[in-house]
Design a protein around this ligand. Structure first.
Ligand code: CAO
Length: 552
């Protein structure tokens, strides 16, 4: 006959109120003895609570974030075979150890200010393999800095330093099996620091160093962090399938949390599928270079597909097998713009809205002015210059377009800097006309012409490409009908323009030929809804149809 069994947290040493960081089971799951039910994590140890009996999960009595301790009922199961149940309490097969930080590690001083730091009481465990070594001779450590990580099949624990000082000797290496009392490192203690446990204010041990400065400071890292799950989102992540336990030390988990990395998305490269520090660093680097965070791509977070898509690796093809090839490195500009475009495309929920503007009168006006200026030698007016001026007017009417997202805030700009995409032999660059609201169409035509020339000559300075509020990408000189430009983050919208063409337009009585300019406005849907985007487009088309409106 079936029997209900409560599976409780076994003896976990001095630890109480340990947060649940992973829940592996749900009602209806069939579990075997020793299957991991939940993972608990303190600041020094991570431990799985294994099943002490086999059966079907009837109820899960804890959830992510709950703080629990010895005796807390984790799940209630219906034992399928009474013979498999073992008495409640610490499972005989896998008693969780007393976490390393609970008992104070012993640190007897030896001659000459040297201190041996030993493995403290780790419960019933002995012969536990060393899976990470965080220090090397010469490193300066503080009290409580992690020295090594030990990992049994059910728990991972950092051995913290019981003293501050300089590492003279590391007495264990990866793979060594250690137990209570094994000497891990010999330290030359800082004055008075060993027994008093006063941390030495020096550089942190390598285990706590941040990711390389170049990576940390790259602008893309912000976007990656924004898209990666924060600890508060983890509750919404699907729990892993039974048995898919993440093997990572507490230090590695803390490192992942610091970077906003979801460990379920990181490919482990360590023995027994353990996630190493390099795996997380590699994951972050990949996400930064592609702009894509696995498991958090728009495709997999959009719902609808029910499960989320894992990105396949980039296809590796030996093209030479199929015919002659020539390999050319990407230009510097292409590499940089490629990274930005990838990030923006992957991370902005963008929608493109189309509109046709009747520019018959504007083009006639432009041609007439250019004829006049031919004689006076004034700058030739371009359609781009009129577009920039009209966009400023539309941004003034719809300020949400002249904005940037900053976390939960929208930064509304009171200046009007308009960027335009310029095609150059080395790739795309985006110079900026600053304070376009204060400039005439002539000024803008001259300045955009100068900037476009500098762009083609590779002479733009970084300042020429900074501070934009809104971008225009004009392909009108080349052709095309419509396209979907990619928003130039942190801007929230971009206007694409193609070649104007004569089209028959119904005037109420008859079709009349009108010069029509195709507009393609892409907007960040987090800031701009479709109705607003369409209003902007309609207004912009009105301004271009009768440019006198710009003066109003
Ligand atoms: N419709 C019809 N003709 C147009 C037009 C339009 N929308 N826009 C420009 N033209 C005409 C111009 O009148 C000009 O003709 P004329 O020589 O007879 O006067 C000719 O096309 C060439 O114009 P242009 O494109 O060189 O000059 P511009 O001032 O309009 O644009 C610039 C300058 C820098 C925007 C452009 O040279 C350029 O690089 N465009 C490419 C932008 C790009 O690559 N965008 C894609 C980025 S990915 O989203």
């Amino acid at each position: 006959m079936s029997q209900l069994i409560d599976i409780k947290v076994p003896d976990i040493g001095d630890f109480t109120d340990v947060p649940v960081i992973e829940v592996f089971v749900k009602p209806g799951d069939i579990i075997k003895v020793d299957d991991a039910l939940v993972t608990l994590e303190s600041d020094k140890a991570t431990m799985d609570v294994p099943a002490s009996a086999a059966g079907m999960v009837k109820e899960v009595l804890v959830k992510l974030g709950d703080k629990i301790g010895e005796g807390t009922v984790v799940v209630r199961i219906e034992a399928t075979d009474s013979g498999t149940a073992t008495p409640a309490g610490p499972p005989a097969a896998a008693p969780a150890p007393s976490p390393a930080s609970a008992p104070a590690p012993t640190a007897p001083a030896v001659a000459g200010g040297l201190v041996d730091v030993k493995v403290p009481d780790i419960g019933d465990f002995s012969e536990v393999p060393v899976i990470e070594v965080f220090v090397k001779p010469g490193d300066v450590v503080k009290v409580d800095d992690a020295l090594v990580t030990l990992e049994s099949d059910k728990a991972t624990m950092d051995v913290p330093s019981s003293a501050a000082g300089t590492v003279k000797e590391v007495l264990v290496k990866l793979g060594d099996k250690v137990g209570e009392g094994s000497v891990i490192v010999r330290l030359e203690s800082g004055a008075g620091s060993a027994s008093a446990g006063v941390p030495v204010a020096t550089a942190p041990a390598p285990a706590q160093t941040a990711i390389p400065a170049a990576t940390a400071s790259a602008p893309v890292s912000l976007a990656v962090a924004a898209a990666a799950p924060t600890s508060s989102d983890t509750a919404s992540l699907p729990s892993l399938p039974l048995g898919s336990v993440i093997h990572a030390s507490p230090g590695i988990r803390a490192y992942a949390r610091e970077l906003g990395v979801d460990l379920t998305q990181v490919k482990p490269s360590g023995p027994k599928n353990r996630i190493l520090r390099e795996d997380i660093t590699g994951f972050v680097k990949d996400a930064m270079s592609t702009g894509i965070v696995p498991g958090r791509t728009p495709a997999s977070t959009g719902g609808g597909n029910g499960g989320g898509l894992d990105l396949l690796p980039w296809p590796k093809v030996d093209f030479a097998k199929f015919g002659p090839i020539d390999v050319q490195p990407l230009s510097r500009i292409k590499k940089i713009s490629g990274q930005n475009l990838s990030r923006n495309w992957a991370m902005i929920p963008a929608v493109t809205y189309h509109e046709d503007a009747d520019i018959t009168d504007l083009e006639a006006f432009r041609v007439q002015l250019n004829k006049e200026s031919e004689k006076s030698g004034e700058t030739k007016l371009t359609m781009l210059a009129f577009l920039i001026k009209a966009c400023v007017k539309a941004l003034q009417k719809y300020p949400e377009f002249n904005a940037s997202l900053d976390g939960d805030n929208l930064v509304l700009k009171q200046y009007f800097n308009i960027a335009f995409a310029a095609d150059t032999p080395n790739g795309l660059v985006v110079p900026v006309i600053k304070n376009a609201d204060k400039k005439s169409v002539f000024d803008i035509a001259k300045e955009s012409g100068d900037l476009a020339k500098q762009a083609r000559d590779g002479k733009l300075k970084p300042a020429d490409m900074q501070g934009a509020c809104f971008t225009i990408s004009s392909l009108g000189g080349i052709g095309g009908t419509y396209f979907a430009p990619i928003v130039n983050a942190p801007e929230v919208a971009i206007l694409g323009v193609n070649k104007s063409a004569m089209k028959p337009v119904w005037d109420g009585k008859q079709f009349v030929p009108r010069l029509t300019l195709p507009l393609s406005l892409t907007a960040d849907h987090r800031v701009i809804d479709g109705a607003l985007a369409t209003r902007f487009n309609v207004y912009l088309a009105q301004l271009l149809a009768d440019f006198r409106r710009v003066a109003l």
